[in-house]
Design a protein around this ligand. Sequence first.
Ligand SMILES: [Mg+2]
Length: 367
Amino acid sequence: MRITQISAHTVSTNYRDAWQHDRRYYIKTENQANTILTVETDSGLSGIGEAAHSPGLYGETPSSTLGALNLVKPHLLGRQALNRNELLNLVDRVMPLGNLAFISALDQAFHDLAGKALNVPVVELLGGKAHQTLPTHISPPTNDSCLDYLNDFLSQGYRVFKIKMSGDTRYDLDLIGNALDAVGESVTLALDANQGWSVPQTLAIAHAIQAHPSFKDNIILEQPVRGNDFEGMAQIRRGTRLRLMADDGIRTNADLLRLIRLEAADIVSIKISRVGGIRKALAMVAMAEAANLLYIIDEINEMRVCNTAVAHLALATRAPLYTGVTCHLLLERDVVAEGGVRVINGQAVIDDQPGLGIGRLNLDTDN
Ligand SMILES: [Mg+2]
């Protein structure tokens, strides 16, 4: 089964109204434009994957994805479509460091194709389900509406939340206190500062959180300082009881190795769109497990194709604290018309369909 064509289709859609009124300092754009890659073969089977772009964070856009595709396509056409290692090694040789969301899309498409060819879900290519379902986190859209949304999400079965910080310390501490009062100990609250704080500011905020009467060990502090400031993260970890999560700066195995050596986090967030796909994420899971570092299998700016790939990976890994497959629910339009990951009672669920289990796409966009 040889690769005959790789095509790209960019899907652009707005975030739902509530998320567009975001007044936090880490603001989502109104619009998300991701690119669906389709790898076609001479057998008639094809595989799909999604490049979930984060232009501000990592510089990838639909045009950079198209440029990257033009660069690697000549190396992939005519090759055996099931040799994922050979194909992805070739891609790594052509672009060893950049275009990780694009590489993730190719990796997803190769997995989807192999699953369809072997008539098994992608999760079975990864060794099968270690979990039937996993809790997924979800973010309230704005700080002002946070408590209302927390209660609404709790009633829908969600037990893990990510709350983005506002940049105003007094406001944030009130918000965190109210959120702590509103949820029970079985609920996990990740507080994501999106690299916005300094080390001393983080330590002061962490100490104030620990002093709150409702403080429990269910708080996770996510990426308070610059993503590449592992020394700063280590300093924060030594100075607080809050569990510390590294996120934005973990892009390669070398990043993770440095994080582990510096003992700079309690938890690492592993995102296929940020590290270059399922294959690379699996290597990071192995590294984290070897180092007794906790991990989550997370998402970033994804539509439902990529969220589905995240779910297959998460369900195959031994012990993720939780996963993140709700980005697509924040968008006005769903790129998947049939199949794919579902969220039921706050849990990520996939069907036993071949590949990613996505039957039909909705690629028509009018914006
Ligand atoms: Mg984050």
